[in-house]
Design a binder for this molecule. Structure first.
Ligand code: TXA
Ligand code: MG
Length: 319
């Protein structure tokens, strides 16, 4: 991997090229959002179906107003959570190309917090469409080397900003009806955080209804997604004891005697959910392709950040 100057990256984006870059959640694969040809390259490189709309990343609230109709309710959310891991769905303006939104009349927008992402947004002054920088359906990348491994032959500009501090994708909040905010994808900003900011509790969509005009559900909201190649199953209390499988605990196991049969791993020292989220995709990535017959992962309680972790685990386990 090379080192790049900001200027070179900005010029590449202006010229319609793709750039993989770190965000606080996961690595993104960015293109100039208003350049259709550039955005088409994202779909091609990822093998992503065109029915799956992209998130547009911005530097400022003025940019949001150029792209979408801004409801009053966004003020409070932006003040509290932006820059940060919250994506909102708003009614789009005609300037946003159909390829970005999969033909929907809404657009997903987020103001990321990562200093490298912010610097590029600031210096370019471009809105950047960026999905996670993984082949469609695979685990989201939380380190530059994950991007290098899967997309390195197709993407010249990969910026290494170290491991992503959060490790799972942003919360997606549908504000297309501002009276009734809906969580379309649980994430680092929890339903309680949103309730604190707004004074109303968002609806959690567990089985999202179709938001696509042809009646398809956006694939990011499908059951199977973020999956390793090795079959993955979940457990709650007692881990299965199967040879040639890896068992992944939420915290470092205390008892030694169970060590015999299976290979044991853990996502955190003491069960801290932030640490678990941060390590989740990178540990699955590391264990995938090591010849295990299966991966067994312990599920956290369905509360706070545990809701988003469970969401990703269930999708990874879906067959
Ligand atoms: O943390 C993140 O959100 C990362 C970083 C790079 O910002 N991005 C990310 O993008 O996770 P992606 O493309 O992997 O997931 C975006 C999700 C997709 O599931 C897509 O279906 C949904 O956002 N989405 C985008 N536009 C939408 C819209 N107008 N209505 C409903 N869902 C939408
Ligand atoms: Mg993704």
């Amino acid at each position: 991997m090379q080192n790049f100057q900001t200027k070179e990256i900005v010029n590449a984006l202006k010229a319609g090229k793709l750039v993989a870059l770190p965000s606080e959640t996961v690595y993104g694969l960015a293109a100039h959002a208003l350049n259709e040809d550039a955005v088409l390259k994202i779909f091609k490189v990822k093998g992503r179906p065109f029915i799956d709309p992209l998130i547009v990343h911005v530097y400022s609230l003025e940019q949001v107003e150029q792209l979408a109709f801004v409801p009053k309710i966004l003020e409070k959310l932006a003040e509290r959570f932006w820059p940060g891991p919250l994506t909102v769905i708003l009614h789009k303006k005609p300037i946003v190309p159909d390829v970005v939104t999969a033909g929907l009349n809404t657009v997903a927008i987020r103001m990321p917090k990562h200093p490298i992402f912010r610097e590029i947004l600031k210096e370019s002054q471009l809105p950047l469409a960026a999905p996670s920088a993984n082949p469609f359906g695979y685990l989201s990348p939380t380190e530059a080397k994950h991007v290098e491994k899967t997309l390195g032959d197709k993407v010249k500009y990969i910026i290494d900003g170290g491991p992503c501090p959060i490790g799972i994708e942003s919360t997606i909040l549908n504000l297309s009806n501002p009276e009734q905010p809906e969580i379309l994808r649980p994430g680092p900003i929890t339903d309680r955080d949103i309730e604190d900011a707004l004074g109303i509790r968002p609806v959690a969509i567990s089985k999202p209804k179709s938001t696509h005009k042809e009646g398809q559900v956006a694939p990011g909201l499908l059951d199977s997604h973020y999956s390793p190649k090795t079959p993955l199953s979940l457990f709650q209390k007692d881990p299965p004891n199967k040879e040639r499988c890896a068992v992944i605990y939420l915290k470092r196991p205390q008892n030694e005697e169970k060590e015999k049969e299976v290979q044991r791993f853990w996502l955190s020292e003491d069960g801290d959910l932030d640490e678990i989220a941060r390590n989740l995709f990178s540990l699955l990535e590391r264990l995938d392709g090591q010849g295990y017959e299966c991966l067994y992962v312990e599920q956290p309680d369905n509360e706070g950040l545990g809701i988003a972790i469970n969401d990703r685990l269930k999708r990874a386990a879906h067959k």
